[in-house]
Design a binder for this molecule. Sequence first.
Ligand code: GTP
Ligand code: MG
Length: 205
Amino acid sequence: MDVLDAQFIAGATTLGQLPPPARSEIAFAGRSNVGKSSLINRLLGRTRSAVARVSGTPGKTQEINFYRVAVRDSERDHEFFLVDLPGYGFAKAPLEVRRRWRPLIEAYLGGTPELRGVVQLIDVRHGPSADDHRMLEYLAGTGLPTLFALTKVDKLKSTQREARLAEAMRDLGVDPEQAVPFSAVTGEGRDELLDSIRSLLNEES
Ligand code: GTP
Ligand code: MG
């Protein structure tokens, strides 16, 4: 699947600021600093001029960001919103900011019929945190199709790689075909993740 175009549409810090929905939407979730902006830029083929901001300051993305993405595969063109959810679990964020993300994320995830699925990011080195487990429980309750991207795999030594991946999947309770090892540095996992997203988009009626 080729990415033809990606454009920033809107950032929302309140429900009232959500843009009118696209026909299909795919959301990306994960704790702060998990590598979400880096993954999105890699996925969209933006390694030089980023679409999503990347920084060394965790907790930077405290709004829901919407990008309109156009893709082409052998069957058809798709246009969808790629939705970058605020990173959660950043202990140093002001309390008011930390309180705000959860209702906003859940209102969006639970209230958007156009949403075809969620890509949940987990740092492969650390495995799921308590916040991640809360998010997984919430997602399971919604019944939304969920893919897992195990981020920063380039940081694993080759000798520990397979054992670490297996352990992460066991902690998450997912099958290997639901989880994609990903590196924004090497590009590993990009094509596989795009392909899985295409399947989600093709499941629409
Ligand atoms: P916030 O929006 O700030 O919550 O973080 P985020 O989840 O968007 O993470 P971001 O993409 O900004 O990356 C956080 C840090 O991890 C940055 O220093 C990145 O360079 C680094 N990083 C992200 N992905 C990878 C990866 O695949 N491999 C390596 N080695 N580093 C990565
Ligand atoms: Mg970010």
